[in-house]
Ligand binder design. Structure first.
Ligand code: NAD
Length: 287
């Protein structure tokens, strides 16, 4: 599953919808991003979100704070964005410095503008099968399954990882009554004892644990669909940046056995921005 091809199609669709809105004199979607500190990966993610906004015809605002910002100031800024009529979507790039509570930050974002889908209201709606903002990574995976028309109904999906941003929402979506859901889902995590026994039964495996090369060919059955969410920077002197990006799947042993597989890089990672833009457009339409 080539993320480049699928994400280009999603972005093209979003751009068309935004162009149509503008032609009809409707509001331009506006995403506000807050970046605290200067973590390399976070800088890259935020920069590419802002750049994509420009490409698709969205307005964007980037608000930066030093890493020693106090929590109250950050929460006040979020409140300001909540009140700003022109802003449709708010995201605060995670992770945050230790002295700032991610929970408080997420809960301060208005659920109507929660385009990352991390607010408990968004999660509750997702669990209940109601219209909701879906966290960008699992949403991107769902869009990928749809784009490549990968049958999921009645399949056994094993999701490795139960984080709030990937594993947990992924397991909910795959088990939901959706055209590319309706799976029987097993959720594995760090305390799972018989993981290999479970992955060997899976028709679809989603690896989202953050351990490079964890899933190997001997852990899967022939023909399984494998989705690699992992992004880990591994030191690599041969690369200009000094590191290589590695997924949670050992591509060389898994690819020959799989019917479909997402590469890293060039797979799921590319889908997440398209999904975020879909959420921001939806926020604008709903408001
Ligand atoms: P996390 O650390 O919050 O969660 C990891 C999960 O994996 C936990 O639930 C843990 O229980 C489970 N786990 C850890 N070791 C395990 C083991 N040995 N066996 C089974 N389960 C185990 O990580 P996260 O935020 O969910 O991210 C997971 C990976 O996905 C990371 O590599 C991250 O960088 C990547 N990620 C990629 C994207 C993307 O756009 N492609 C987005 C978000 C995260």
């Amino acid at each position: 599953m080539d993320g480049k091809v699928a994400s280009a199609a999603i972005k093209e669709k979003v751009k068309q919808l935004v162009d149509e809105r503008k032609a009809r004199g409707l509001k331009t979607p506006h995403l506000a991003a807050i970046l605290v500190g200067s973590d390399g990966a976070s800088e890259t993610y935020v920069a590419s979100k802002v750049k994509t906004c420009g490409e698709l015809g969205f307005n964007s605002t980037l608000i930066r704070f030093d890493s020693d910002i106090d929590e109250a100031t950050l929460l006040q800024q979020i409140e300001k964005l909540n009140q700003d009529e022109d802003v449709d979507g708010i995201l605060v790039q995670l992770p945050l410095p230790k002295h700032v509570s991610e929970e408080k930050v997420i809960e301060t974002i208005s659920p109507a503008k929660d385009v990352d889908g991390f607010h408990p209201v968004s999660v509750g709606r997702l669990v209940q099968g109601l219209d909701s903002f879906i966290p960008a990574t699992p949403y991107g995976i769902m869009l990928m399954l749809e784009y490549f028309q990968i049958p999921t109904v009645g399949k056994h999906a094993v999701v490795i990882g139960r984080s709030n941003i990937v594993g947990r929402p992924m397991s909910i979506l795959l088990s939901s009554q959706l055209p590319y859901g309706n799976c029987t889902v097993t959720v594995c995590h760090s305390k799972t004892k018989n993981l290999k026994e479970l992955t060997l039964q899976a028709d679809i495996i989603v690896a989202a644990l953050g351990r490079p090369g964890f899933l190997t060919g001997d852990m899967m059955k022939e023909g399984a669909v494998v989705i690699d969410v992992g992004i880990t920077r591994v030191p690599d002197a041969t690369k200009k940046k000094g590191f290589a990006i590695k997924g949670d799947v050992d591509f060389d042993s898994v690819a020959p056995k799989s019917s479909w597989i997402t590469p890293v890089p060039g797979g799921v990672g590319l889908m997440t921005i398209g999904a975020l833009m879909m959420n921001t457009l939806a926020a604008c339409e709903r408001r």
